[in-house]
Design a protein around this ligand. Sequence first.
Ligand SMILES: *Cc1c(COP(=O)(O)O)cnc(C)c1O
Length: 225
Amino acid sequence: MDTGALADRFARVKAAVPAHVKLIAVSKTRSAEEIGELYELGHRAFGENYPQELRAKHPALPADIEWHFIGHLQRSNVKHVAGITHLIHGVDDEKLLDELEKRALPLGRPVNVLLQVHIAQEETKHGFAPDELRTLLQQPGVLERWPHVRIRGLMGMATNTVDRDQVAGEFAMLAALFNSLAAHVPFPAGQFSELSMGMTGDMDLAIKAGSTMVRVGTAIFGDRA
Ligand SMILES: *Cc1c(COP(=O)(O)O)cnc(C)c1O
């Protein structure tokens, strides 16, 4: 691949992301070599969607890479990703939280997660319904069910549409839910602080709406095959 082109695209994306927003380079389908080139340019946070791919790339790349798991996580795969990820973005049901709790114990450290919320007008995207999540987290003592799972915030994906008003509305809804949960659920101070929203096509709208983490693939690496 053309490293000059990668460096140019990366510089353009970085310039569009304010300092308080974390840029996660989404490297699904990209080779360890391509990831290595971005690493050489100084980048450390990468996002992967598939457990197999993450497990293959993890040992082939430097240990100080911060891996984010951003795909749909099945319970059977928790044991494969929990030990090698910095943050799991797509936690979307209680049974998955139970499994994470079980797998976190032998790790000897908490597992950091974001709860995914379904905000899109599409059947295909995963996540808690907003009201379902509100009800769950407002149960007294609910956080004690998962003492080794640290819920760091929320994640969402907007509808894949050219209607920018709709996308902005979906991000605003997620940001409002995030603020409301932060105010009403007794999380330890500072813990519930991340809002992962925005990808190549809508990161500008997500940042305006209060995103703290954008997940960007195409704008950095080019079109996926
Ligand atoms: C693939 C993917 C991205 C990145 O998408 P781009 O449009 O290439 O920036 C972000 N988030 C999730 C959950 C993804 O699956």
